[in-house]
Design a binder for this molecule. Structure first.
Ligand code: UGB
Length: 628
């Protein structure tokens, strides 16, 4: 009895009935009872129908889901006819002359780049109560991922872009939109110009409870749901939505019209994301790549996809694409192709012969925009239900269709060049995706843990290792275990993007690397918007240096010893905050030298006494800074 429904609501009801969703009305009350919940239900259905990012609304979604679920139940694999081989790509070695040459070429490309952060995921595997981009990248400065990314892009605009900050689009979802905006607003957008920042919201899709693609209701007791009889369970549709959003908002086109050449996609928690960027952009430019995937040597069974060259022959026609194969599909694909061992290591390297996808993608804007015009950003969808029975008819929990941003090469024309740039993991990839227990399990099984502790340790290491490559003497702390996750947390080197964006920039700062010695337990933080030259320094404590704009601080003959910062494991009973519990330790700041060099102060020297001295007063005593 639809008498209480508006015409629009009735039309939506027809669509649901046509899509085989009559069960949704099974337990509805008679007209007159709970009518407001019925109207709210249809308002939600209307939104789902309208915002489904691909053409055809809910009907198309359900029809496609039925087809994909039938294939999945029959054990079909979308890669069935494809033969995998290892693709060709560029393998770079940071610190090498060749790497520096690539970086030098890529620096010019940095200012012709737009950025897209996909941050719609809630990070269920991590189990964090907040949004992932609000997590600290490390505990020494407690800079959050969002702040770090904004700082990087602002610095990029200032240092390489003649003052113009590159555009940033952040894809958020219902799960992350409000909290992402709140963090940005509470921090004055971390200095990011408002007109260069766009939040794009991806909508969820209905969850499906069986092979007939019947839409699921939320389980009883779900937060925010008054009465599950009038509600629909929804789930994220995957990061592949980013392409339809960049099309529908017109952003990609606008960037191209503004003369930009590249768009870089990156993930919510990878503090190493930008180290490889300049060099990888150079590879894109020199090789004329429409798509360039950043990659790392992949540990077999590591939960990252593999960049693969896939070939399919049908009659006289041969199709080739270079694309990511997800980790759960790689092993069966390799076995089906006759590699009996599946996803295993090349004995010569100890790594999978297939480069690991870190889902950081560089697209050339012109072919990207042209393809969006044709496809509207529609991506291939897939379904991945977890079955509760051998006959593959019962799901452990509702599933949904998903799509992935790295599948874009599948919709590109055959003329488009697709490649990858591989760099060591220490230099480019350490995401925070797993809770501490799962991180410990991954470590035990020999794959990278992807936890909060490793994300932090790897960030310090990436700076320390680059200083080593420059020729500095930088010790490394022994590995310690925290709740089963082993990490080496020292020295803790953090150099803000506003000070150095590239390896090349670090080289310009550490002018006499042979005169730099950093102890394993030391802390070195350099930040601010001024300039720094590290001439000669022996660091056995904590130094936190901040330099104001228009000032250059030269660290010369500085020997610093203080109690510094120490890492203290959490004892089982200790009350602690969530970010410490995720790590299994706390950072205790015992003692530090904190130097704040004022702006526009010319050239100052931080010397043996640990005080700032004007160049002209070097022989006399005098301090121009605040310190504690
Ligand atoms: N994300 C969204 O913005 N919206 C969504 O609906 C879902 C996610 P996950 P995933 O680099 O370690 C990918 O969940 O998808 C954002 C690659 O597929 O962390 O399991 C989310 O906020 C895989 O090939 O990763 O695996 C986050 O920023 C491999 O490279 C990002 O998308 C793996 O990443 C990734 O989401 C990896």
């Amino acid at each position: 009895n639809w008498s209480i429904l508006s015409q629009d609501e009735q039309a939506l009801a027809e669509i649901l009935l046509k899509a085989g969703q009559a069960h949704l009305f099974d337990e509805w009350d008679a007209p007159g009872t709970n009518d407001e919940l019925k109207h709210a239900f249809f308002a939600h259905v209307e939104r789902l129908h309208r915002t489904y990012p691909f053409p055809g609304g809910l009907l198309a979604y359900i029809e496609r889901a039925r087809r994909l679920l039938a294939g999945s139940a029959a054990g079909a694999n979308s890669l069935d006819d494809w033969v995998p081989t290892v693709p060709e790509g560029e393998v770079l070695k940071p610190g090498s002359e060749e790497f520096s040459n690539w970086e030098a070429v890529g620096e010019a490309e940095l200012s012709a780049t737009a950025f897209v952060l996909v941050a719609g995921g809630l990070g269920e595997r991590l189990g964090y109560s907040g949004i992932k981009v609000a997590l600290p990248t490390e505990m020494t400065t407690e800079t959050s991922y969002l702040e770090f990314y904004c700082n990087y892009l602002v610095a990029l605009g200032m240092m390489k872009g003649k003052g113009k900050v590159p555009p940033l689009a952040i894809m958020v979802s219902d799960d992350t939109h409000d909290r992402t905006l709140a963090v940005l607003q509470a921090n004055d957008f971390f200095g990011f110009p408002r007109d260069q920042l766009t939040l794009m919201k991806q909508e969820k899709v209905p969850a499906l409870m069986d092979n007939n693609a019947r839409i699921a209701r939320p389980s009883r007791g779900t937060k925010g749901v008054d009465d599950v009889r009038y509600a629909i369970d929804c789930k994220p549709h995957g990061h592949g939505d980013v392409h339809s959003l960049l099309h529908s908002t017109g952003l990609a086109r606008r960037w191209e019209e503004d003369g930009l050449k590249w768009v870089v996609f990156f993930q919510d928690t990878n503090a190493l994301a930008f180290f490889p960027l300049a060099a990888a952009l150079a590879v894109s430019a020199r090789r004329d790549l429409a798509v360039n995937s950043l990659a790392i040597p992949r540990v077999p069974k590591q939960a990252i996809g593999a960049i693969t060259r896939l070939t399919r022959t049908s009659g006289t026609e041969t199709q080739v694409m270079i694309v990511n194969v997800e980790y759960n599909q790689l092993d069966p694909l390799l076995r089906a192709a006759g590699s009996g061992e599946g996803d295993t290591a090349d004995p010569a390297t100890g790594h999978s012969p297939y480069p690991g996808n870190i889902n950081q993608l560089i697209f050339a804007l012109t072919p990207y925009v042209a393809t969006l015009e044709k496809t509207h950003g529609v991506m291939a969808e897939f379904v991945n239900p977890k079955y509760a029975d051998g006959a593959r008819t019962v799901f452990k929990k509702p599933t949904r269709l998903e799509c992935m941003m790295q599948d874009f090469p599948k919709v590109l024309g055959p003329e488009a060049k697709v490649g990858f740039t591989s760099l060591p993991a220490w230099f480019s990839f350490s995401p925070v995706k797993n809770n501490i227990a799962d991180a410990a399990k991954a470590l035990e099984s020999g794959t990278p843990p992807g936890g909060a502790a490793t994300g932090e340790a790897d960030q310090y290491f990436a700076y320390a290792e680059q200083l080593r490559l420059l020729g500095c003497r930088v010790m490394q702390a022994p590995t310690e275990g925290y709740a089963g996750v082993s990490v080496s947390l020292g020295p803790r080197v953090v150099i803000a993007p506003s000070i150095a964006l590239t390896y090349h920039d670090l080289r310009a700062i550490f002018v006499h690397p042979e005169k730099v010695s950093i102890d394993a337990a030391a802390t070195l933080v350099i930040r601010g918007t001024g300039k720094v030259e590290v001439d000669s320094i022996t660091l056995e404590g904590a130094l936190i240096l901040s330099v104001g704009q228009g000032t250059t601080v030269v660290l010369k003959d500085l020997t610093l010893k203080n109690k510094g910062h120490i890492v203290r494991p959490l004892s089982g009973k200790e009350e602690s905050d969530e970010v410490s519990r995720m790590r299994g330790y706390r950072l205790v700041k015992m003692e530090e030298l904190r130097i704040q060099a004022p702006p526009n102060a010319g050239r100052l020297f931080l010397t043996a006494q640990g005080t700032l001295t004007h160049e002209k007063d070097l022989s006399a005593k005098g301090s121009a800074a605040t310190q504690s």
